[in-house]
Design a binder for this molecule. Structure first.
Ligand code: PPS
Length: 568
């Protein structure tokens, strides 16, 4: 196997002069505003990180990728890279046409020459690529609830890379990294892929990997998109920088990869290996549960923790990169040292702190021992993750019209304001409809827009350390989940189902709306002529029948206390 990767890799950019001309011409084309994930994919397509792909996949390449991890010509490619769009946009364009691809600010980054347009079978994609059509998998949830229904494929003409304002000096294209390795005279380089802050176990693993492969080390963290709920990349990069001096500068380099991960376990590990080969790496570390998405809806792991190693081992020759595999690293107390779990000396005491346990300790302001992490890393993490009692959070009431959501929400707001410490905002259904969503009706589409607006405002409040109390009907499970994800990126989300029955709501009929709905004078009325999908996993269910408002609000307060969000 030749392990030197010094020659430049082909990029999809046109020359500077052509780019200026193309940009002017592209302004006349139909244009698609790329999602955050599509911007990441496009950047790696254009800079050669996804070589040999030369654009978003055609239907034949996509089918091959989904079914047997190979494009139509037999090239190994395990992860679909497709441009998903809305039905409305898809109707307006056709194969043979060029479209401009723009970032969130409207800057034209590339032209897509559409060769294919099709409606994918998303359940099949989920089953084959992610192993199960289970919404507990973040990429499957993305596929069904975020991605558009139609895919476009075709070649890309690159105009300019997406602009990054953060950590510019630490971002490298595949060719920049290749040039750096060439300049440094590094011929064997092992990459460490990560989406977590570096703790001592990771450091030990990377040291061992470099030693074992007799190679230089590239710490190559993903800063595009990772698993919802992960430590944000700003904090992580500050953590990486804080421990970089633990590594010899002449042998180790830190570079950021703007990849949008799918958490696809074994297939994703293979994809990562190809991407690293494109970046000029010769070796690639695959540890325990690589790119693991966590538990499925039955509470079981999606993938065997070492399945990724088996799949990469089977394809490493074909890719031209050598895997350095590791078992989980654990701390052996008697030796004051880390060992792979299968090499622990018999009879010794093994210590480990899981990701969940670490988050708990941060949340509750508890000790994080020195054997586990570096003081600088812990300080950084504590800066962004103060104890829960100091973080923002959202209480999201959901229930039928007239169930008592607003009344309980009001009582809760007053009680929280009495306690003080954090600003409290109430986003009541009726009030939001007056101030934020006055143009919207009650179709599914409009309800979803309404709830996502509430979610957005609540996520901003949560991010900035406040308390948001929301009280809309929010009848759809998927939309509530989308709001949960938006908020959990910044703080806790407490879903409270106000489970008053439809019979009781109709009996009370406080606003006289049920009568009108029964008479057909109000259309699409929740519970009468429109669905209400009751939550199955709410943090709290309150029953207003036979209990007073004060008691219901008190139940929420007790829940918040038990979650450490308020201190007695
Ligand atoms: S949604 O589905 O979450 O967007 O609904 P939401 O914004 O919370 O609804 C706010 C209030 O609108 C009144 N109303 C209706 N509700 C349901 N269906 C229909 N068709 C409808 N038309 C008007 C209703 O009083 C809601 O207030 P609450 O506080 O829930 O009683």
């Amino acid at each position: 196997m030749t392990l030197s990767n010094h020659a430049p890799i082909p990029e999809l950019y046109v020359s500077h002069d052509s780019a200026q001309k193309l940009k002017v011409e592209a302004a006349q084309l139909p244009s698609w505003d790329l999602t955050a994930r599509q911007v990441c994919d496009l950047e790696l397509l254009m800079n050669g990180g996804f070589a040999p792909l030369r654009g978003f996949q055609s239907e034949a390449d996509y089918n091959g990728t989904v079914e047997n991890m190979r494009t139509a010509d037999g090239t190994l490619w395990p992860m679909p890279v497709t441009l998903d769009v809305s039905e409305k946009f898809a109707e307006a364009v056709a194969p043979g046409q060029d479209i401009a691809l723009r970032d969130a600010e409207g800057v034209i980054l590339a032209i897509l020459s559409i060769s294919d347009k099709w409606v994918p079978n998303k359940s099949k994609e989920a089953e084959h690529v992610f192993g199960a059509d289970d919404l507990a998998h973040p990429a499957v949830n993305y596929l069904h609830n975020v991605a558009g229904p139609v895919y476009l494929g075709g070649a890309i003409t690159g105009i300019q890379p997406p602009v990054h304002y953060d950590f510019k000096a630490r971002r490298d294209t595949p060719n920049e990294l290749r040039a750096f390795f060439r300049k440094m005279g590094w011929r064997r380089i092992v990459a460490f892929q990560t989406r977590n802050p570096l703790h001592r176990a990771h450091q030990e693993l990377t040291f061992r990997a470099a030693r074992e492969a007799e190679a230089n080390l590239l710490i190559h963290p993903v800063v595009g998109m990772t698993k919802p709920g992960d430590v944000d990349h700003f904090t992580r990069v500050r953590c990486y920088e804080a421990v970089l001096d633990q590594y010899p500068a002449s042998t180790t380099h830190l570079s950021l990869l703007n990849l949008a991960m799918r958490m696809g376990g074994p297939r994703e590990a293979l994809w990562h290996a190809i991407i690293r080969k494109n970046h000029g790496l010769t070796h690639f570390i695959v540890g325990r549960d690589h790119a693991g998405p966590g538990k499925n809806s039955q509470g079981k792991d999606f993938y065997d923790p070492y399945a990724a190693q088996v799949l990469v081992a089977a394809h490493q020759k074909e890719i031209g990169i050598e895997m350095v595999d590791f078992k989980q690293m654990v701390y052996v107390q008697e030796k004051s040292q880390y060992y792979p779990v299968d090499e622990v000396p018999e009879g010794s005491t093994v210590l480990d702190i899981s990701g969940t346990e670490l988050r708990r300790r941060l949340r509750e302001g508890l000790d994080i021992p020195d054997w586990f992490s570096f003081p600088q890393v812990v300080t950084e993490l504590r800066r962004t993750s103060p104890p829960r009692a100091k973080q923002g959070f959202t209480v999201f009431f959901t229930g039928l019209s007239g169930s008592g959501k607003s009344t309980i929400a009001n009582a809760l707001m007053v009680k929280l304001m009495e306690m003080g410490g954090r600003p409290v905002t109430l986003l009541d259904g009726d009030v939001v409809r007056k101030h934020l969503s006055s143009e919207l009706g009650f179709s599914k589409e409009h309800r979803d827009i309404n709830i996502k607006r509430i979610g957005y405002v609540a996520s901003e409040i949560t991010k900035n350390g406040g308390i948001a109390i929301c009280a809309p009907i929010a009848p759809y499970t998927a939309t509530r989940r989308a709001v949960r994800e938006m908020i959990e990126a910044f703080g806790a989300f407490i879903e409270v189902h106000v489970a008053t029955s439809i019979e009781e709501c109709e009996r009370r009929d406080r606003k006289g709306l049920y009568k009108l709905a029964r008479e057909g004078k109000i259309k699409e009325f929740t519970g009468i002529s429109d669905p209400y999908e009751a939550p199955t996993k709410a943090e709290l269910v309150v029953d207003t029948e036979g209990t007073d408002v004060d008691y219901c609000a008190q139940q929420v307060i007790l829940k918040l206390e038990s979650m450490g969000l308020i201190k007695a």
